[in-house]
Design a protein around this ligand. Structure first.
Ligand SMILES: N[C@@H](CCC[C@H](N)C(=O)O)C(=O)O
Length: 285
């Protein structure tokens, strides 16, 4: 099987994008892991598959696989790349695109300035929706590490379709990310594992964010993580309704009016190159 793909990124969070509207593709976990390998494959954080919709109210379905091969529910940077991709490919002529993901329906606006604004939906805060093991919703939970009550952190648990833990920290570059990221990603309190965001508040309109992503490791940017961080910070009254989050790959602008309202995220989507890859039945890497 020969597959045409496009390499894209959103602030350095990089993707292999496959058009499964015009190509017949059947993706397996082996393919994702082989292509995602940065030394022996194409290299990416996520594989995005653009498919025809399965419901009448949307124009497309878009599926997301982490580099470890697992299919996941949501990807904010990927959503912007998806929108730029379907526009460039002539799959739509509309500048407003509704798409179904495993995490829910989201709406994208292709702006005249080349940026993409995404309505990422209403964040879900009930622990069972994240999923997170707690009785009731709290803006902050204390989570014990290594089963040692002396060793614990405070975090918010937010679903943007996919699960996020957000920690407010004094300095995102103090060395916490590579230590706490993997510990919390697979913590038993998060039965579906979790993306872990570390947010440093600079002032009420600006924060610095690093995200250790589930199934990938730290990425240069995470769109759904930025939305979750905005929600966590606003629940603690640390950021205003409109804020900029600075990630290592660049900036995203966020707005959230509060509980029951959707989160809006605006940022770029960048094309890198087009390519083809061959896959033989029975190939395992
Ligand atoms: N990079 C993405 C999130 C991708 C999925 C995530 N790793 C998960 O497992 O939920 C983004 O920009 O949102």
């Amino acid at each position: 099987m020969r597959i045409h793909f496009t390499k894209m990124h959103g602030l350095g969070n990089d993707f292999m994008v496959i058009d499964a509207v015009r190509q017949d593709v059947h993706i397996t976990s082996d393919m994702v892991q082989a292509w995602g390998d940065r030394h022996f494959g194409i290299g990416f954080d996520q594989l995005l598959i653009v498919e025809p919709p399965t419901r009448p109210e949307v124009s497309f379905r878009y599926r997301i696989f982490n580099a470890d091969g697992d299919e996941v529910e949501q990807c904010g940077n990927g959503a912007r790349c998806f929108a730029a991709f379907v526009a460039r490919e002539g799959l739509t002529s509309s500048s407003v695109i509704s798409v179904e993901t495993a995490g829910g329906i989201i709406e994208l606006h292709l702006q005249d300035d080349g940026m993409v604004r995404v309505n990422m939906g209403v964040p879900r805060l009930q622990p069972t929706d994240v999923p997170f093991k707690a009785e009731n919703f709290q803006p902050l939970y204390r989570v014990t590490l290594d089963d040692d009550p002396e060793h614990s952190v405070e975090l918010s648990a937010v679903s943007m379709g996919n699960p996020h833990a957000v920690l407010l920290v004094d300095d995102v570059d103090s060395g916490l990310v590579p230590v706490l990221g993997p510990l919390l990603e697979s913590h038993e309190a998060f039965p579906a594992r979790v993306n872990v965001g570390f947010l440093q508040i600079i002032n009420r309109q600006v924060g610095r964010l690093r995200v250790y992503e589930r199934g990938v490791g730290e990425t240069l940017a995470c769109g759904s993580g930025a939305c979750a961080a905005m929600v966590a910070a606003r629940l603690q009254n640390k950021l205003d309704t409109h804020a900029t989050l600075q990630l290592n790959g660049g900036e995203l602008t966020l707005s959230w009016a509060g509980e029951g309202h959707p989160v809006y995220m605006t940022g770029p989507a960048t094309f890198v190159f087009d390519g083809t890859v061959d896959w033989e039945e029975g190939q395992d890497g």
